[in-house]
Ligand binder design. Sequence first.
Ligand code: GDP
Ligand code: MG
Length: 742
Amino acid sequence: MNGHFAGTGKDVTAEDFEHGVQIIDQDKNFNDNLGAYLQLEGITRAGFNYHLISVFGSQSTGKSTLLNYLFGTHFGVMSEQERRQTTKGIWMSKNKKEGAKEEGRMAENILVMDVEGTDGRERGEDQDFERKSALFALATSEVLIVNIWEHQVGLYQGANMGLLKTVFEVNLQLFLKDAKSVPRSLLFFVIRDHLGTTPLSNLQNTLIQDLQRIWSGLSKPSGLEKSKIEDYFDFAFVALPHKILQPERFEQEVQKLGTRFRDGYKDPKRAGLVDEQEEPVLLPQYHRRIPADGFPMYARGIWEQIDSNKDLDLPTQQELLAQFRCDEISKEVLVPFDEAISPLEEQQNQAVAAGKPSVIPELGKLMTTARSVLLASFEVEASRYHKGVYKRKQTELEGKVDGRLKTLFQGQMTAAHKAGLNDFSEAVTQAVKTGQKKGGSYDFHKIVSTEKEKALSRFQAQAQASIVEKTPWSDYKQQLNLYRKEIDEVSSRLRQEEMRRLANRSERWVRAKLDESVGLEFNKLGSGRGGSGAPEHGQKPPTEKDLWDRIWNVFTETVSHAETRFTDRARSFDASPDEVEVGLWRLRRKSWAALRAKIDEEMMEGNLLLKLRENFEDKFRYDEEGVPRIWRPTDDIEGMYTRARESTLELIPLLSRFKLSRTSAPPPLDAWIGEAPSNVTPADEEDLPPIGGVDDDEAKTLEDEMTILSDAKAADLSTRFKKTADGVYVEAKRSAIGGVTQ
Ligand code: GDP
Ligand code: MG
């Protein structure tokens, strides 16, 4: 079978079909315009709601005339004068007459086939066509009108009997393969030019006897030897008056007969002989069950098989037709589907290509509608065809569209997933920023859990709105789980960032505190008695000797305070004990580095020299009560100078090493910092400078770490301090002499 049908070939108009459509021409070619004709007559979409009636009989027995009277068709008829054969091949036309007025009883879409008449006496080629056209009519028609002159009845050897023999043979051949569902056919005998002398019942009996005789004379295929003619055929008989001699009666009777054809079905469940003159003709059991839209193609396929003398296998033909039509219907229903779905696919692909995942709103609804419209239209059109083929093609079609919809659905899930994670991360970051702007007190844990809740319900809503109804694959449980997992991963990354921010804040706090308190301790050096002015009552005055003890104390207290705050904050947003441990370890190291930097700043040469000078001057120029001395020549200026200088010089070795006075050893920095936690990552260590005596692999020892001034620097400092002190001494000396002079 190929696809020549339904409007293929050249453009045709109603005028081309004035006499109907010539399905088969005299050269036995099938007409490509049958589809166009059915389209024009509005039958293509009728499904099973159409009927096919064929007429048979010898040439020039008034067949075309009869059909034209019955159905208002315009088949060509032989003019009275010329008397030569007119109908060639097989013609088809739609009934042009109105049906019964009674609602629901009208047989709609009656198609009539006018078959070229035969004459047994003519050439063998005609007998070939006779056989072929009989096969064709039987395979397609519900009713075969056998047109016969009254005077031919009983002429057993006549041309008509030859034709009937052919019909029976062909019928056996045709429905052999489909023995389970043999469609019945109605042989409707129309006896022409009935004079009335022989009653119809007699003519009918004669004909039946002849038919039985023909049937029993047939060589039947094995298995069907015992079959009876009634197994396959119903019979009906009608007689018409002479058209020329009794024109009025002829018209009346023809009119009555036409009504029987057009009056549609009732279903009296009858079989066998139909002899009541009032019975409607078209019964459901005669229908060949070829959907109207598939008819042109089926007819062509059948004709090609017949014409090439191949065995006509109707079930196979019907299956082939079903395959072809189901494929075509699939294509048709895919057009609106494509129109709905392709733009969505494009939108999604473009978003993916641009790296901007976008969630298509209402996707589920759009997909569900496109899918159900497609499946419903397919069902309407295709379910009329061979059930097995239809089911298979339906599954194929469903698989095809579901493949595409599934890709869309999954793309949508991916977009919702990516966008959701982004939005979540951004929302948390934004909330933190807002919190920071408002003064830094924000509940990170609450921010994360609120945003997480929002992100999950947003995802769920989007997934729900993307579901294609009635599909087992549109399920997002797995995606939701994955999404939840990744939200948690993002949360933990955000928490780490928050930990970093917290650590930075803690470090800054420690640095600021140390800046102030350590600076204060160093400033005290400027006073030779550990402070300018009298010590406060009840307090042990600070001495220069325990400078480092005080620094270490204030340092460890500050850090300990910071540690407590850090731990509290970190716990508040669910940082794990491990994470807290690492954070604290880093904080201690960074704090030490901050202290070390602060000390180095204080010990910069200029600063230090200034402090030593202040210290010296305080000792030299003020008495024990803190009152400035007025030098007199009798004063032991030299002695006081020497004591004060030596006292200040003692500070240099003291300042050179960070040592605790009670142990004379460096503070237990290594123990205080502690071992690195086991879960420290390289990233955690990246920005940490090494600490001597704490990090094993360092060449620096704890001693090195605690060396504030190298020996060379200390010696240099001593020299420069001495020069400064000398200057102060000389000045004092001068002022003493000057005081005497005055
Ligand atoms: P077809 O070859 O069987 O289609 O026959 P036509 O319909 O072309 O008619 C052949 C001739 O028979 C025409 O000249 C008709 O006028 C004539 N004719 C048609 N119907 C009747 C009829 O009922 N009785 C008689 N005697 N002639 C008829
Ligand atoms: Mg004719």
